[in-house]
Design a protein around this ligand. Structure first.
Ligand code: ADP
Ligand code: MG
Length: 684
């Protein structure tokens, strides 16, 4: 076990230089090396005769050398060229700057030779081939060779040697945390076997078994880790038991300008059950954009206040904080509830006053951005923390917020629709409620995909809508995951449109590098209808509500994930008028056409997310890192759902079986390892 954390420098052949290169690939320890999985495999073997070798292919053949080799020196280059042959023809083996090659092969032996075939000037060459003395037992069977991700300065051969060295270090003695009972029941390979065969598979079956085992292990580890954390938070102490006047809450609900949907009532019942149970609520509400999550947050927070507690509502952007604050002030206008809003741009004296009132309990509900996380924000009696659009907050931020009270309840709201199977992984520590119904009377948004060549017609359409009194958003290309670069792109597009296609209209600009107050001013003008077209980066993505906006134009739509496009689309279609979403995308590939077509044909976020998962894998749906969870090294969520379900089943079995020492051991092991790893990731 010691050797796992040992540096790979202890492997023969790895000096400081190679070590530095390996570091670039994230490899420091023996463990890193073992878990640095091949990205692909090549099948050697399939020995071909010299005459049948094809130009450009990576091929294997068996030859004898006809001596002596030719040495050619050119400037700084030494070329060794050696004629070789089999019964069917001749081939030249060529090596650059490897003069030692001329000494190591003899002309009366057969050699297995593998390399890239190059046919030119009537000769067949094999360039920089790997050469091994030919042994029929070894070379006549197909051999599976790992192909690793590389960095400049490292070759496949270096990687293979390094991994092989790591495997020798552990010498089949690695501890297998998966209990033998579980391995047997689910037909899983043993760990040492799996690690060996994922790198150097004996044959295809062994590779398949190795992969299956490692995927299972990865899912099992994460699911178990989350499960244990959840069990811990639930059982450690009693949570707060809310008790409120039902009449007052019912009256509040009756006074709303609309009737809650069935789905909203159902989720509300789930919330009620949690907060009066005496156990901690840890609940995620997933609901498509516009499904009405905010009002549920308001009701839950009112329950807290009615029970004598304070509530906090944490949101990712200043714009959203302000918008929710205004909504809340209206909702509670006739009730005795003190609501305040805290953001980064609040003046110091206002902030200080607010802190005092929070500490004394004079504030009932506080709405705010990350500013809420500051250490000196303290509560008299924090009973409920709601976070909106949770995918923007890390696990640690959630934990910080919760630590401001004595085991407060937690409600997390997300508009990123995530397929059920996935949410079990990502939110394994939360209970999940789904609002799968939109309020009645919403007109479906018409979505179109158009090529950039007819951009002018798109903007003519925007002008027409504006002429009818409506407003529009134009979202500009996401250049990189960098606010700075995106902001520059937004500025450019804004200038171009204002002086071109949208000349004469009130066009405004919003991007992430603007100061909080500036952003607010821009949003306010748009909200009031003073601005007709808002050019923006994705900062408008989250939660903004302007019912008069009916057009959403998305430039370079192919650069966005489907889930994100869906969220952007949700900014329109919030009022009585017909709304439109226009995706400008150059359909250069089948994948892009397919993705755009999904957007055009589906308005259901869960369907969109499911398709996105199929097409592009989970990484693009949401930054997995942001959840404070490790990225998957081998599991592929789109492909390995079956294994995931089995792993989830196995986890249930282990945690629900009491007193089995084998099971206790794995729980203890994962609890320790998982906490260490999760913390690592959340910290960086
Ligand atoms: P989201 O789930 O995207 O956060 P919101 O909570 O912002 O959605 O709600 C979108 C809009 O729908 C708001 O203007 C809200 O007042 C309204 N709304 C919420 N619930 C209902 C309902 N049951 N009937 C009609 N309108 C509703
Ligand atoms: Mg919302």
């Amino acid at each position: 076990m010691e050797s796992l954390k040992e540096s790979v420098q202890y492997i023969k052949g790895i000096g400081p230089k190679r070590y530095a290169l390996l570091n670039k690939l994230g490899i420091y320890t023996i463990e890193d090396a073992l878990y640095f999985f091949p990205r692909d495999y090549e099948i050697w073997g399939n020995i071909e005769s010299v005459s049948s070798l094809k130009h450009g292919s990576e091929s294997s053949t068996v030859v004898e050398f006809r001596g002596p080799p030719k040495i050619i020196r050119k400037k700084r280059l030494t070329i060794v060229k050696w004629d070789a042959f089999d019964d069917t023809g001749e081939i030249k083996c060529v090596w650059y700057n490897q003069p030692y090659r001329r000494n190591i092969y003899s002309s009366n032996k057969k050699y297995f030779v593998r390399g890239k075939i190059d046919k030119r000037y009537g000769e067949t060459q094999i360039v920089m081939p790997t050469v091994e003395e030919y042994h029929p037992q070894k070379h006549d069977v197909p051999k599976i060779i790992p192909i690793y991700p590389l960095t400049k300065g490292l070759t496949q051969r270096d990687m293979q040697k390094m991994v092989y060295g790591a495997l020798q270090k552990i010498n089949n003695q690695l501890y297998d945390f998966l209990p033998a009972t579980i391995r047997k029941e689910y037909g899983l390979a043993e760990k040492n076997f799996a690690l060996y065969n994922i790198h150097f598979p004996k044959n295809e079956t062994a590779l398949e078994e190795a992969r299956r085992r490692l995927v299972f292990e990865e899912f099992f580890f994460i699911n178990m880790g989350l499960k244990l954390i959840k069990m811990e938070t639930q059982t450690e102490e009693e949570g707060i038991k809310f008790s409120w006047t039902h009449d007052e809450i019912d009256d509040f609900i009756d006074s709303l300008p609309f009737k809650l949907t069935d789905a909203q009532f159902r989720v509300l019942d789930e919330i009620y059950a949690d907060i009066k149970s005496g156990k901690n609520m840890n609940r995620l509400i997933q609901g498509d954009v516009g499904s009405g999550k905010t009002i549920l947050a308001a009701i839950a927070l009112y329950c807290a206040v009615q029970s004598g507690y304070q509530g906090a509502f944490m949101v990712p952007t200043e714009i959203l904080a302000k918008q929710h604050f205004e909504t809340f002030v209206q909702l509670f206008a006739k009730r005795d509830v003190t609501i305040k809003c805290i953001t980064g741009s609040l003046s110091q004296s206002d902030k200080d006053a607010l802190k005092v009132d929070l500490r004394s309990g004079d504030i009932d509900i506080i709405i705010g951005t990350h500013a809420l996380l500051q250490e000196d924000i303290e509560f008299a009696k924090l009973g409920l923390v709601v976070t909106d659009e949770q995918h923007r907050f890390g696990v640690r931020q959630r934990a910080t917020m919760l630590s401001k009270g004595k085991k407060p309840h937690m409600l997390v709201m997300s508009a990123t629709p995530i397929p059920r199977t996935l949410s079990l992984i990502l939110y394994g520590d939360l209970d999940i409620s789904i609002i799968d119904e939109l309020p009645p009377g919403r007109k479906a948004i018409k979505t179109y995909h158009v090529p950039p060549s007819i951009r002018n017609r798109v903007y003519a359409f925007v002008r027409k809508q504006v002429g009818e009194g409506r407003q529009a958003y134009v979202v500009c290309p996401l250049v990189e995951e960098s606010e700075k670069i995106d902001s520059v792109a937004a500025v450019e597009l804004f200038d171009k449109l204002k002086n071109g296609a949208l000349k004469g209209l009130n066009v405004d600009l919003l991007h992430g590098r603007m100061k909080g107050q500036e952003k607010e001013r821009v949003m306010e003008k748009f909200s009031k209808g003073e601005t007709q077209v808002l050019v923006s980066t994705t900062v408008i993505e989250v939660g903004v509500d302007v019912p008069n906006a009916t057009v959403m134009v998305i430039e370079n739509a192919e650069r966005f994930g489907l889930a994100q496009l869906h969220q952007l689309r949700g900014r329109v279609g919030r009022g009585e008028h017909q709304s439109y979403c226009i995706l400008i995308a150059n359909a250069t590939s089948k994948e892009i056409r397919e993705r755009m077509s999904i957007m055009v044909h589906s308005d259901n976020g869960f369907v969109v997310a499911e398709k996105d998962l199929e097409l592009r894998g989970p990484g693009d749906i949401f930054g997995i890192r942001q959840h404070g969870l490790p990225e998957f090294k081998i599991a592929n969520l789109a492909r390995d759902m079956d294994i995931l379900k089995l792993a989830q089943q196995a986890v249930e079995k282990v945690v629900n079986t009491r007193g089995n020492p084998e099971f206790d051991e794995v729980m203890e092991y994962i609890y320790k390892e998982f906490n260490a790893k999760t913390l690592d990731i959340v910290m960086n």
